[in-house]
Design a protein around this ligand. Structure first.
Ligand SMILES: Nc1ncnc2c1ncn2[C@@H]1O[C@H](COP(=O)(O)OP(=O)(O)OP(=O)(O)O)[C@@H](O)[C@H]1O
Ligand SMILES: [Mg+2]
Length: 379
């Protein structure tokens, strides 16, 4: 029996969420600023961003718990902007899904079906199928106080999923758990989502969590979406300086675009030049621009550069090193005073502080970033 048959979900019920120019103001402060989103049916989508950037407010608008100031929300093509929460086919699970303490695990899950007017037998059958799916059928007669944090959260998710919502909205569902359990639950949640084919929209400020679980993610900053893409797209081709520094470690090299450089952009960084990969970010000769290079993309060599004056290599000096177990992190000051972080495989004899080095990186690892827009946080 397929999961669809077991849970009686039809493919048509799996709808897609789209928002257009969605805004939310509180008094005269705009906290969600013209958000456009297209979430595909059956995908694990995350909204990632720092505290206060508007993630929860966006999710609450999708759930119907907050009325947008302007803009539209569609679910499966139907405009639901003004449909009240209880009539929306979305279900929200919060950080600490509050279970009813006086009900057993099974009764808590069955409670999710209360409004559906099913027979007692059907209710039980569906709740049991859901408990099986989250792997907690053996705890069905326990009370919430007798569960671990991770088990309780899985029951809260089971209670929301038992109604078979086409879209499940999750607000920091794992953040109340300890780190080890979080890591375990990420995989559980992802497997559950994959098995059910339900669209999950998950809010988190944890970049590792978002990268690990999501098919695609949106990075938010100051109420705006800065980029939407898969984890690798966002990590390897960040669209903005904010995205580059929010996800992982990033080195930034500022410079001036050289004239007449064909389809790759060459940047004069003072003591050396950077040739970027083929990008779609326009930069004209003489423009001030920045490139991003990830620390693991840079290699260090002691001694003179193999090809003097070639782009994407710079002379420098090791100013510090940190042994981090699976990597050795060097801090290097390049010609012209640019400081970069370099992550390398650890060796028994690392390069010592004060050693002159040549740093180099491939052109495709140098990502041209657009000029920063005017201050984005007027709030
Ligand atoms: N009811 C409200 N009235 C006024 N301001 C609000 C209200 N709800 C949220 N805000 C403000 O809107 C901004 C966005 O809040 P939101 O809860 O969406 O952030 P978040 O991204 O979920 O942050 P966190 O990661 O801390 O949960 C914050 O500056 C917050 O103070
Ligand atoms: Mg929040």
């Amino acid at each position: 029996m397929t999961v669809e048959e077991r849970l009686n979900v039809t493919v048509e019920e799996r709808l897609t969420v789209s928002c257009r120019r969605l805004c939310k103001r509180f008094a005269d402060v705009i906290v969600v600023d013209h958000v456009d989103l297209d979430i595909r049916s059956g995908e694990f989508f995350s909204l990632l961003g720092p505290s206060g950037c508007g993630k929860t407010t966006t999710l609450r608008m999708l759930a119907g718990l907050e009325q947008p100031s302007s803009g539209t929300i569609r679910l499966g093509g139907q405009d639901i902007t003004h449909v009240p929460a209880h009539r929306r086919a979305t279900n929200l699970v919060f950080q600490q899904g509050a279970l009813f303490p006086h009900l057993t695990v099974a009764e808590n899950v069955e409670f999710g079906l209360r409004a559906e007017r099913l027979s007692q037998a059907e209710t039980r059958k569906r709740a049991n199928a859901m408990l099986d799916l989250v792997g907690l059928a053996h705890l069905r007669d326990r009370r919430p106080a007798q569960l671990s944090g991770g088990q309780a959260q899985r029951i809260a998710i089971a209670r929301a999923l038992v109604k078979r919502p086409p879209v499940l909205l999750l607000d920091e569902p794992l953040s109340a758990l300890d780190l080890k359990l979080q890591v375990h639950m990420r995989r559980e949640l992802k497997n559950l989502q994959r098995e059910l084919g339900t669209t999950f929209v998950c809010v988190t400020h944890n970049q590792t969590e978002a990268l690990e679980m999501s098919d695609r993610l949106a990075v938010m900053n100051g109420g705006r979406i800065e980029q939407v893409g898969t984890g690798p797209e966002i990590y390897l081709r960040p669209a903005t300086r904010f995205v580059a520094s929010f996800i992982g470690e990033a080195n930034f090299i500022d410079g001036r675009v050289r004239p007449g450089t064909g389809d790759r952009v060459v940047l004069d960084a003072g003591g050396f030049t950077v040739e970027t990969g083929r990008g779609d970010v326009p930069a004209g000769p003489g423009d001030q621009a920045a490139v991003m290079v990830r620390p693991e993309s840079i290699e260090l060599h002691t001694g003179e550069p193999a090809r003097p004056a070639a782009p994407n290599q710079a002379l420098g000096t090791v100013t510090d090193l940190l042994y981090l177990g699976n990597t050795t992190r060097y801090l290097v000051e390049l010609a012209g005073g640019v400081g970069v972080t370099v992550d390398t495989r650890p060796t028994l004899h690392p390069i010592q502080t004060g050693t002159p080095v040549t740093a180099s990186w491939p052109a495709d690892a140098a990502v041209l970033l657009p000029a920063e827009r005017e201050s984005s946080d007027g709030h």
